[in-house]
Design a protein around this ligand. Structure first.
Ligand code: EPZ
Length: 423
């Protein structure tokens, strides 16, 4: 398996451009199943997860074309099957996002049960609760390990759904199921992430009638049909945050272009608390880790607009080296401290108890062999490797390449030395 060799790189300097958001483009691509007309999506990042979603759409009957390096067109004149293939769904949890569109357009969707993953069980009960509220029957087939949703004879009927927790995927899936339902649907306690708003914007361009995306309550008035649309993916706030942390941990001076500062507010606030200078314009942030001492803070991850769980592990790498004792509390996923053991191998002083970690800053980290356990844990190990003495060899890097476009090239442009070696 391929590895990264990360060299101690000194303060990062220069500019980097953020790509389109992985967690926006995946639901946007799923939404194209809702119309037989052509949809054009721009700023599509070149990621393994995007390749997987293209394969899944093609298996359902979509014609997916690359118009240029970061633009695709998707046209699904007819959905040839409402059963997603195990070998495709098994590669990526976000495949579940085709369930809502299939149910809306064809009245049926059958998906192999998505496995959990390194960061937790990640059930889909809230997705299914939403479909049931719209009148679908849910059939669980444990023996053959699939779940099927079937609309009643008269199709889906709008209703009110309260989400026990503001699940991002469930909010997206239910929104996509409701757009063609009879009548009006309300999603209460909805997720408010920027990616939800981006999806609602595309759906409304396609002819949907959605109000309230980004607030606790989303109202969807069902329409007869949706048409094609053109849409540009919002910038990836998690990639932006990762580069912000890279500038902080290396005590560098980095300007990050193509960002929406509003999406980065929790990260900006916490970095400033630690003594890191952050200046924002309307579409850039400049992070200066080279001015003044860096100190500890307390962090708790929450659904948006709280601190994003996807930046928890990169932030913990940074906290490993600041003065003083910090705490991190992970409230979104039940097992998202897999990076802790790997950071400790590098000399970090981190103790965990349940979903809480206590990090005592150390003077330096040591390069060694570590393993990426999930996408963002891998990113955290790269950041640690940039400042650790010697070199850090990171295995299982396929996790990282799922979610970061041109990762090595972008870091090289800032003065970092990361080599990829194929086994
Ligand atoms: C999305 O995952 C993101 N992925 C995740 O990013 C992100 O960490 C997460 O939202 C939270 O912001 C994509 O958008 C493709 P959730 P999702 O449903 O939709 C529980 C990354 O690194 N839950 O909001 O799966 C669940 O177990 C990835 O880019 C239920 O209990 O997140 C988890 O503990 C990682 N029942 C919590 O809610 C359900 O039906 C949050 O999950 C659904 C979720």
């Amino acid at each position: 398996m391929a590895k990264y060799i990360v060299h101690q790189s000194g303060p990062l300097k220069g500019e980097v451009v953020v790509s389109g958001a992985k967690n926006a483009v995946l639901p946007l691509m799923a939404a194209t199943l809702l119309t037989e007309e052509d949809c054009i999506i721009r700023d599509v990042p070149q990621l393994r997860d995007v390749v997987f979603m293209k394969e899944i759409l093609a298996s359902m009957g979509s014609a997916v074309k690359e118009l240029d390096e970061n633009t695709i067109s998707v046209e699904t004149k007819d959905i040839i099957t409402t059963e997603a293939r195990y070998d495709l769904v098994n590669k990526m949890r976000a495949s579940i996002l085709i369930m809502g569109p299939l149910l809306a357009r064809k009245g049926r969707a059958r998906i192999p049960l998505p496995g959990g993953c390194a960061i937790g069980a990640r059930p889909i009960d809230l997705h299914l609760k939403g479909f049931e509220a719209l009148g679908a029957d849910i059939i669980f087939n444990e023996a053959e390990s699939y779940v099927e949703a079937r609309a009643g004879g008269q199709g889906l009927i709008g209703d009110s759904i309260y989400l026990d927790m503001p699940s991002v995927g469930a909010t997206e899936n239910i929104m996509m199921a409701a757009v063609l339902a009879e009548g009006t649907t309300y999603i209460e306690n909805a997720a408010k992430e920027p990616e939800i708003i981006d999806l609602a914007n595309l759906l409304n361009k396609m002819g949907a009638k959605i109000k309230g995306a980004g607030t606790d309550t989303i109202k969807i008035e069902g329409v007869q049909r949706l048409g094609g649309a053109k849409h540009t993916v919002i910038p990836d706030r998690i990639e932006a945050g990762t580069f912000m942390l890279a500038a902080a941990i290396t005590k560098g001076n980095v300007t990050i272009n193509n960002v929406v500062p509003e999406h980065l507010k929790p990260i900006i606030a916490k970095l400033r608390e630690c003594g890191v200078r952050v200046a924002a314009t309307d579409d850039t942030v400049t992070v200066r880790g080279d001015l003044g001492p860096q100190n500890s803070t307390d962090l708790m991850t929450l659904p948006h607009p709280g601190f994003p769980t996807d930046i928890q592990s990169p932030f913990m790498a940074f906290l490993s080296l600041v003065n003083g004792t910090s705490t991190v509390k992970e409230t979104v996923f039940e097992n998202r401290f897999m990076h802790v053991s790997q950071l400790r191998k590098m000399g970090a002083n981190i103790e965990t108890a349940g979903n809480k970690a206590v990090i005592k800053g150390v003077a330096n980290l040591r390069g060694t062999q570590v393993m990426a356990t999930d996408l963002r844990a891998g990113a955290a190990l790269v950041l640690a490797g940039l400042v650790a003495e010697g070199t850090t060899e990171i295995s299982e890097i396929y996790h990282i390449e799922r979610g970061y476009e041109k990762f090595i090239e972008k870091f090289a442009g800032l003065g970092a030395t990361i080599e990829k070696i194929e086994d």
